[in-house]
Design a protein around this ligand. Structure first.
Ligand SMILES: [Zn+2]
Length: 218
């Protein structure tokens, strides 16, 4: 099973590893920094042995990378991996901003239920099962999340169950949340948060999340 180095150090941009299996265009490696789509957070973009990774997907606890035909890799080969760091940084920050919004929302609107989420490099969105417009709540929600960001709180991310690879992040006194995504070490990295309401229909409310003035984090 590939070791998920993106959990141990989500700030690594290059990594040396060993090919473990090859099945046509599909390759697995002993350890990896390239995150595969999960929990609404998109896969990283990057390269393996200089080849662009066309797709990264989870297969149980394994991560399978699809490379272009003719990649020439074989089990046992030592290879370098690199990720598109600006993209990962955006995804990680927007993903965590979405988590802060959601945890704050659960306190503001008891009974609200998450009906979906997507984290891309331009913005994050959360869909909620909620009968009324969330517009009146947005200014307070944004202010509370901004206060958490401005306080530059430390975020810890650890295993809850290492064998099952279940992870949890925590800001002591605020929240402890199960999540297998990548998380920054401090809230201050997120910069300024902006929320927008959208109405996707079907009795749902959508909150779009934007980040401005992210701080460099390496
Ligand atoms: Zn997360």
């Amino acid at each position: 099973m590939t070791r998920k180095v993106f959990w141990e150090d989500p700030y690594l941009t290059t990594h040396e590893t060993t090919v473990t299996t090859v099945r046509g265009q599909e390759v697995t490696v002993a350890s990896t920094i390239l995150y595969a789509l999960s929990g609404g957070q998109e896969s990283d973009a990057g390269t393996l042995a200089g080849h662009p990774v066309l797709e990264a997907r989870k297969e149980g606890l394994e991560i399978v990378y699809t490379l272009p035909e003719g990649h020439g890799l074989a089990p046992g080969m030592e290879v370098s991996m690199a990720i598109d760091w600006p993209r990962r940084r955006r995804l990680m920050h927007l993903h965590f901003a979405a988590e802060l919004v959601l945890e704050t929302l659960y306190r503001t609107l008891p009974g609200v239920v998450k009906a979906g989420a997507h984290i891309g490099p331009a913005k994050a969105r959360i869909d909620l099962a909620w009968p009324e417009s969330v517009s009146p709540w947005l200014p307070r929600l944004a202010a509370e999340v901004q206060a958490l960001i401005d306080a530059d709180r430390a975020i810890t991310s650890v295993f809850e169950d290492e064998a099952a690879e279940r992870r949890v992040w925590e800001i002591p006194g605020f929240a402890r949340v199960p999540c297998g995504g990548t998380h920054p070490r401090r809230t201050g990295e997120l910069g300024r948060i902006r929320l927008k309401r959208d109405n996707p229909g079907g009795g749902k409310q959508r909150i779009e999340i934007y980040l401005d003035q992210e701080l460099p984090c390496r």
